[in-house]
Ligand binder design. Structure first.
Ligand SMILES: [Zn+2]
Length: 317
């Protein structure tokens, strides 16, 4: 069973005017379903690591067509890598297919496009181009002007030195997008379940709540809004497993997110929640460095910094 352990320091306090984020801890049963769904995915990805055959109907180098995201979902469900969420959710609630699509599409896409994590330099251009392709897939599925999410992200894991690559099991690259901010065209059940899924990924220990960090500005989004919420935890699972098996190991997580509106792409750096999350996680996990490629900020403990210095010195010899 893979571990779903978020940073211990992400504690919850009660909501206030400055930190008014919704508490969904009353939906414990639904929350547990998502915890299981996520855990099953991570477990399968480890079991099938390097073994599963990717969907041949969707071509590697070509732009995805309008149906391709759903072809990927069906394919990965059929081969048993992606559990059928629809079957596990309570039937008493009427949930439209688009709810399941929203969750399944980026996971299936991530299963299909595991970039080869060979470049130890963490080439941001490669991430950048890969993210564009993911966004194009969504534009194709929705028609460009109707994509309901504006921020998309890609996260990749690398372990160093390269020879340790094969020991990294599970997701190495993961894609995600922000939650739709508008409550238009979405039922209350869908909205709550969608947020519970995100919370189960990023804040599994908070049981449906989110960290009640104070708002810095009026425009602050909720802590479960970001694209990072979807893609970072799947990678964290792989890297945590690697560092547990290799306590003196070194792992690098590169994150890149950008806002896409009309044809303008603007890189977005970690918000306060993601910043805190990365700070807590890297402080807790020696050997893990997280880089926010949009800001260039590096998150690591002193011990991790030393390990990277040793590797850099070896590389220079
Ligand atoms: Zn964020």
């Amino acid at each position: 069973m893979s571990k779903l352990v978020g940073p211990a320091k992400m504690t919850v306090t009660t909501t206030t005017d400055e930190a008014p984020w919704e508490d969904f801890s009353m939906h414990a049963d639904d929350f547990k379903l998502f915890i299981k769904f996520i855990s099953d995915i991570n477990k399968k990805m480890v079991e099938e690591d390097g073994k599963y055959v990717r969907c041949a109907a969707v071509k590697e180098t070509e732009q995805l067509g309008p149906q391709d995201l759903d072809i990927l979902v069906k394919y990965y469900q059929d081969i048993g890598l992606l559990p059928d969420l629809e079957k596990s959710l309570p039937v008493k609630i009427d949930i439209p297919p688009k709810f399941h699509q929203k969750i399944n599409r980026s996971i299936a896409y991530s299963m299909q496009y595991q970039l080869s994590p060979k470049d130890a330099k963490g080439n941001s251009l490669a991430l950048d181009a890969a993210l564009d392709r993911f966004v194009d897939a969504y534009k194709s599925a929705f028609s460009p002007s109707k994509v309901p999410y504006h921020t998309f992200g890609i996260v990749e894991a690398l372990v160093l030195p390269d020879v340790a690559d094969k020991e990294l099991k599970g997701f190495r690259t993961s894609y995600g997008h922000s939650e739709q901010a508008s409550r238009k065209d979405i039922s209350e059940a869908e909205r709550v379940l969608g947020r519970l899924f995100r919370r189960a990924l990023m804040f599994p220990q908070l049981l449906g709540n989110v960290p009640q960090l104070p708002k810095e500005t009026e425009k602050d989004h909720p802590p479960d809004q970001c694209a990072e919420i979807i893609c970072l935890p799947f990678i964290e699972d792989s890297v945590s497993r690697y560092l547990e098996a290799n306590p003196n190991g070194v792992a690098l997580i590169n994150c890149f997110t950008a806002e896409f509106r009309k044809n303008v792409k603007v890189p977005t750096q970690f918000c306060w929640t993601c910043n805190k999350y990365a700070e807590d996680l890297t402080e807790k996990k020696n050997g893990l460095r997280i880089v926010d490629k949009s800001s260039g900020k590096i998150y690591e403990s002193l011990e991790t910094k030393k390990r990277f210095e040793v590797l850099d010195a070896l590389a220079e010899k």
